[in-house]
Design a protein around this ligand. Structure first.
Ligand SMILES: C[S@@+](CC[C@H](N)C(=O)[O-])C[C@H]1O[C@@H](n2cnc3c(N)ncnc32)[C@H](O)[C@@H]1O
Length: 196
């Protein structure tokens, strides 16, 4: 029988993930100390263990995973260590540098691109006349640098700010791969998995 829980992981992989989560929390504390002096930042770290539990049953050979708004990169690195072909997109270039360092330290081949996860030409139409995209930042789409279009990813993960969920689902519905899944994390609800 295939075990999909954390207990089904090898002790070595469990140890690597534990270290990654600890380093991710330290990287977040350092970043917050630096940036907090400048301005409010949209980066809040996920509950790593909760996201790990959601990812475990979704593992399948060659599956492509994309983290939208990857910040310090912990989730994308974790996905890589779990066997996904993982990538991350983050609009803040300083965080992309942090994520690349973390990936190198944890011997992960995951790649990160700086820019926006909203694909070229995408426009949010709410239907209410208010088409603002809230806390999602605007910037040059990062898929060119990534070398892989959104429609080639099987799993897309995001930890959105409240109110952004309809926009993210709309992006997947209109521009994502048919059959792909969107994992939306929130501290209150855990991880919602939506199939397209
Ligand atoms: C709540 S944090 C998510 C952190 C991380 N994904 C996690 O789960 O721990 C949201 C991140 O999205 C980034 N972001 C905001 N708008 C973006 C956009 N259009 N494209 C790429 N990243 C964006 C922010 O800079 C921030 O780092």
């Amino acid at each position: 029988m295939r075990t999909t829980g954390v207990n089904g992981l090898s002790p070595e992989l469990r140890g690597r993930l534990k270290e990654l989560f600890a380093d991710g929390r330290s990287a977040w504390e350092r970043f917050r100390a630096e940036i907090g002096r400048e301005r409010f930042h949209l980066f809040q770290p996920a509950d790593y263990e909760t996201v790990l539990a959601a990812l475990l049953p979704l593992r399948s050979p060659g599956a492509r995973f994309l983290e939208w708004g990857s910040a310090t990169g912990v989730i994308a690195i974790m996905a890589d260590l779990l066997g996904f072909e993982a990538r991350g997109i983050e609009i803040d270039a300083r965080l992309v540098a942090v994520a690349r360092d973390l990936a190198m330290k944890h011997r992960s081949g995951v790649r990160f691109a700086a820019g926006s996860y909203l694909p070229e030409g995408y426009r949010w139409e709410s239907g209410s006349g208010d088409d603002r995209i809230g806390t999602i930042e605007s910037g040059r789409p990062a898929y060119g640098e990534l070398g892989i279009p959104l429609e080639a990813f099987d799993l897309v993960y995001a930890f959105p700010w409240s109110g952004e969920e309809p926009i993210l689902k709309d992006v997947m519905r209109r521009r994502g791969k048919k059959g792909a899944r969107l994992l939306l994390h929130s501290k209150a609800e855990g991880v919602e998995t939506v199939a397209f």
